[in-house]
Write a protein that binds this ligand. Structure first.
Ligand SMILES: [Zn+2]
Length: 97
């Protein structure tokens, strides 16, 4: 009987350790992301609202503003939307790189 009690206790302790560790990691990831957003290293994709790394993102220049996209799909949707609004941006050759 005591043996089962100890096993149950050990299982609870182990479970708490694992969930604690995971919670802390999520918090660290969120903090890191928030810091990058604040530093201007990450930008929000205006189509799917995902945050992307500015250095590796697909971009479209709109005058002084640069839009960042997670994929060519999102960029196309964005350009299609601009076109529907009557102000298409010409795709630049270096955007395809
Ligand atoms: Zn996207």
């Amino acid at each position: 009987m005591l043996k089962w009690l100890l096993i149950a206790l050990a299982a609870v302790v182990l479970y708490k350790l694992i969930t604690n560790e995971r919670g802390r990691k999520d918090k660290d990831d969120r903090k890191r992301r928030e810091r990058k957003i604040a530093a201007g290293e990450m930008a929000q994709d205006p189509v799917c609202n995902v945050y992307v790394d500015v250095d590796s993102a697909i971009t479209v220049r709109d005058g002084a503003k640069t839009w960042h996209f997670c994929s060519y799909d999102c960029r196309k949707k964005f350009l299609d939307k601009l076109e529907a609004e009557g102000r298409p941006l010409p795709p630049r050759p270096d955007d395809e790189a």
